[in-house]
Design a protein around this ligand. Structure first.
Ligand code: M6R
Length: 602
């Protein structure tokens, strides 16, 4: 996601310290960057694209001042552009603000400010903040109170930092988005992540929820929501530079697996109303339930597409998941009232773009379900829904897959919201609310590393599941082969006896997904017995609702939940299985051989 750096009282030129901090944050992924340097006046430079574009825009100039803030943006509201890049300013240019997170009530605030004659220069949610600060300054508030007043109006998540002309201070606040202070000798720093300032100081102060901070060259203080001083502990970090890019994890893949609770919360934010038991995806407002849905996707996204098709079929809508490359090769009949949905985390996969273009050529409406704002798929489709997983750097898709599955639940309910099918989504809403915490539980308690130790040297690995677990079995096998380079296949559990069973021996561990205690579980247990009888070691991923454990050599447990969210939990165990096996084999986990993160050729 986005990155923040701030400095008060830099020993070098302020702009140089900010650029250094932004460069340390590049690993997070971004699509634009900018800085603001404050003192008597506020100077801003910002640019779409890489940091090199911002440096070119500065054309060798250094901006110096008592304080400065910088930002790398990963778009959520409005595509990447110079205007949408942070910092954002008020109309007079007295106030500059950088922000991580999502301001949920920005639309209402923007309408209110526009009605008062304020003109906006970006499409972002963030821009309301400098205008609110300016409004409070005009009403006579001092800069610190003006900042507080603005923050009081905000709903959503934010890590915010602001500078105001004529004030040698940075004002900062955090709510649901991290901020950390760096305490140097005569200079003080602020960042979304420690690596931003690690070369300059290792002494840090973590801001807690709802806290405010004020940094000046000679001082720093933290206050609570009521303005009462908070005594904070200064801690010293002992990390190496290599570790910090991955926040202490050995690989980006592991970091991204662990980011899933946060990614899912981001995906759900503002879309799920627990009190009303309602799901709304604002950006798809007005999209009616079609007669038929075609999902187009590749790789992991195709597995998400299969899951999405199952959800719609269950609701009585004709839905099919197609591999984009096959769809583009032999276009199937497309009825007039078909909605074509491209699922692609990167938004740049050539096969999916080509298939979508062919469908558009038939005059049907298209939707993009993607992670990357402003990507080609987002620009070319009629409607876009973002999964908001944050940048994914490891080639293996992990948090984006989980976010796609959650996003598909929201997509389906939005599509069917006006249908007279009397859908009760209360149970789903409550399961979605609990999901991030349950994913955390799986991450904290998984025994995947121990389990895979038993299977070093095995010949092939099979993954089996039924219904909503079938796409997860396919995904488990894809992840496994992609990063371990070992042979793995995913099968519909019921298909084993129609051929693949011939491959099953003592040397082929089978991972079986068995949840609930209904017909699917009973039948899958039957399939588990079939492979067990051929001597295959069996690992069951289960919520303990059936007696599947009795037939297993090892068990990977997941919490019981709604049948639509349970595959997401099961998949987290399989991500860890793949990761730990690849680690034991010493593979290039983040950049597996022959593969690329974004596949831009057909
Ligand atoms: O960006 P996309 O979602 O369109 O990418 C599609 C596939 O290339 C991708 O999911 C690939 O299968 C993953 N690297 C698997 O982990």
């Amino acid at each position: 996601m986005c990155g923040i750096i701030g400095v008060a009282g830099a020993d070098d030129a302020t702009s140089a310290v900010l650029l250094e901090g932004l460069s340390n944050l590049e690993y997070r992924g971004y699509d634009s960057a900018g800085i603001a340097v404050g003192g008597d006046e506020v100077e801003v430079e910002k640019k779409e694209g890489e940091l090199s574009a911002l440096k070119r825009a500065l054309a060798g100039r250094t901006l110096d001042g008592a304080v400065g803030i910088g930002h790398t943006r990963w778009s959520t509201h409005g595509p990447p552009s110079d205007e949408n890049a942070h910092p954002h300013t008020d109309e007079s240019g007295r106030v500059a603000v950088v922000h991580n997170g999502i301001i949920e009530n920005y639309r209402a605030l923007r309408d209110e400010l526009e009605a008062k004659g304020v003109s906006f220069s970006s499409e972002t949610d963030t821009e309301v903040v400098p205008h609110l600060i300016a409004e409070a300054l005009d009403a006579g508030a001092d800069p610190e109170s003006a900042f507080r007043r603005a923050v009081e109006r905000l709903e959503g998540s934010y890590a915010l930092a602001a500078v105001v002309a004529g004030t040698d201070a940075i004002f900062a606040a955090r709510h649901d988005s991290p901020l950390v202070l760096g305490i140097g000798d005569g200079a003080h720093y602020l960042a979304s992540d420690i690596p931003a300032f690690l070369e300059r100081t290792r002494d840090v102060v973590y801001l807690d929820e709802g806290e405010f901070a004020v940094l000046t060259p000679g001082d720093w203080r933290v206050e609570d929501e009521l303005g009462e001083p908070v005594e904070k502990e200064v801690e010293t970090v002992e990390w190496t530079a290599e570790q910090t890019g991955k926040s202490g994890y050995d690989h980006f893949m592991l970091k991204e697996i662990h980011e899933q609770p946060k990614a899912l919360r981001q995906c759900l934010r503002g879309r799920v109303d627990e009190l009303e038991g309602r799901i709304t995806v604002e950006e798809l407002d007005g999209l009616d339930a079609p007669e038929e849905v075609h999902f187009l996707a590749c790789g992991t996204s195709y597995h998400a597409a299969r899951y999405g098709a199952l959800l719609l079929q269950e609701a009585g809508v004709h839905a099919t998941a197609f591999l984009s490359s096959e769809y583009a090769t032999s276009l199937p009949p497309i009825a007039r009232d078909t909605l074509v949905v491209g699922i692609t985390q990167s938004g740049e996969t050539a096969d999916t773009l080509s298939a979508l273009r062919k469908a558009r050529g038939r005059g049907v409406e298209t939707v993009a379900l993607t992670n990357v704002v402003g990507s080609t798929v987002a620009r070319e489709c009629d409607h876009v829904m973002y999964i908001r997983a944050g940048p994914e750097i490891g080639v293996a898709a992990t948090k984006t897959f989980s976010s796609q599955l959650v996003g598909l639940n929201l997509f389906v309910e939005q599509l069917l919201a006006d249908e007279p099918r009397n859908r009760d989504v209360r149970e789903l809403v409550s399961a979605l609310r609990d999901l991030p915490g349950q994913v955390q539980e799986v991450l904290d308690e998984s025994r995947a590393d121990e389990v895979v130790e038993e299977f070093m040297g095995a010949k092939s690995f099979f993954f089996i599941g039924r219904g909503v677990h079938y796409p997860v079995a396919l995904e488990g096998a894809l992840k496994f082969k992609e990063i371990t380079y070992e042979h793995a296949e995913g099968f519909a559990a019921g298909e084993l006896k129609h051929g693949p069973l011939a491959l099953v021996t003592e040397e082929t561990p089978v991972f079986a997904l068995v949840t609930g205690d209904g017909e699917n579980a009973r039948k899958t247990i039957g399939n588990v017995k079939e492979v067990e009888a051929r001597g295959a070691p069996v690992v069951v991923v289960t919520d303990g609702e059936s007696d599947a454990e009795r037939y297993a050599d090892s068990v990977l447990e997941i919490p019981a939940t709604h049948e639509r969210t349970v595959p997401i939990l099961a998949n987290v165990q399989l991500q860890l299985v793949a990761y730990y096996m690849a680690r034991r084999l010493g593979r290039a986990i983040d950049k597996p051989r022959n593969l690329a993160k974004s596949v831009t050729v057909e």
